[in-house]
Design a protein around this ligand. Structure first.
Ligand code: ZN
Ligand code: ZN
Length: 363
């Protein structure tokens, strides 16, 4: 079986890239196994180095045995160590993760490389290389994701029957947080959203002192993190009697989500996937009220590829193509200022001929 490092080297050969510097934390963890908060990797055809400091000496040995530790100290700074390694490996080009390196860090690296060699290697910007590998989940990743999702589902099931109109959004969010932690979450995947009434018209509202109340939509967006992997679940509920407006909007969002889930499969583009749900919402007359994309991949980050969204007008079509093994959210929503919003979100696993809904929370 090919290791992640093997697959990375194959992708580097495809791009004719002799070496890659990896600084994005999730990419670093994915390729090396190292879960610490500070460090960088340098991967070349026959070298795998990890740069970190003495705080992580033991952990690197345990988690990233395939990597040789180059220990950062006050004198031997990261740029100095990297420049020495590049000279030793006689690298002519070193790719760096352009979306994750600051301008200042790039300047320091360039200066150190120029100082270490008469003919320093060129720093080559690279985008999406490790992220591309990360989109297709392996068995170990799927097991962690399923566990994060099960914890999230269980916490919601526990808390829902306890919610009362007199609870504030913040109290409800805390009940959900406690329930997830007690069910085994290592952390929250992101700050929980509980948005009641008019607040629910803001897709990323923060929980405040607003009471949940009765006869108003309440959007709950939550997720547990387990083994580094993130769950993401949204349900919209109403306490007390359902009003006709809620029924109509909820039914539309539900139908849009069903249409998307029925149509998702390997080979579909992210744009086409988004359209499956957007058409249903537009037909019901709420097209303008669905402002965000249909979904996003989840994994070591809460938002990663593939991206399921509309094509930007006039731009070149650069949609992700869904592949078996992608895990993505499906989260259509309708947001009406002055009234509130409805969003329903589940995570699905893309398969060759369809998708498997991973979340089990009732709708
Ligand atoms: Zn969410
Ligand atoms: Zn989401």
């Amino acid at each position: 079986m090919l290791t992640r490092l093997d697959r990375l080297r194959a992708a580097m050969r495809e791009r004719d890239l002799p070496a890659l510097l990896i600084t994005e934390p999730a990419n670093r963890r994915y390729i090396s196994g190292f879960t610490g908060s500070a460090g960088a990797l340098l991967v070349a055809a026959d070298a795998a180095l990890i740069f970190s400091d003495s705080r992580y000496r033991i952990q690197v040995g345990q988690e990233a045995a395939a990597f040789t530790l180059h220990e950062i100290t006050t004198e031997q700074t990261f740029p100095v160590l990297l420049a020495a390694a590049a000279r030793e490996l006689a690298l002519e080009r070193v790719g760096f993760e352009a979306s994750h390196m600051t301008y200042a860090a790039h300047g320091e690296l360039s200066a150190a490389l120029a100082e270490a060699a008469a003919l320093p290697p060129a720093l080559v910007p690279v985008e999406g290389l490790v992220e591309g590998l990360r989109m297709v989940k392996d068995a170990e990743e799927l097991a962690a994701l399923r566990q994060a999702i099960a914890i999230t589902d269980a916490a919601l099931a526990l808390v829902l029957p306890r919610l009362r109109p007199s609870h504030t959004e913040r109290q409800a969010a805390w009940m959900l947080e406690v329930a997830m932690r007690e069910a085994g979450a290592e952390a929250l995947a992101f700050p929980i959203i509980v948005a009641a009434g008019q607040n629910s018209a803001r897709p990323h509202a923060r929980p405040g002192d607003q009471k949940l109340g009765q006869g108003r939509p309440i959007v709950i967006d939550m997720g547990a993190r387990f083994g580094g992997y993130h769950a993401d679940l949204t349900r919209t509920i109403m306490l007390g009697m359902l009003d006709p407006m809620f029924r109509e909007v909820y039914t539309t969002v539900r139908k849009a989500q069903q249409a998307a889930i029925a149509g998702l499969r390997a080979g579909l583009s992210g744009h086409a996937a988004d359209a499956l749900a957007r058409e249903v919402i537009a037909e019901a007359g709420y097209g303008e009220k669905f402002g965000h994309g249909l979904g996003h991949g989840v994994g070591l980050n809460i938002h990663e590829g593939p991206s399921l969204r509309r094509a930007a007008p006039g731009s070149e079509d650069k949609a992700h193509i869904l592949r078996a093994g992608h895990v993505t959210s499906v989260e259509p929503g309708i947001y009406i200022e002055g009234w509130g919003g409805v969003r329903i979100e589940d995570l699905v696993l893309i398969t060759e001929d369809g998708c498997e809904v991973l979340s089990a929370a009732p709708k």
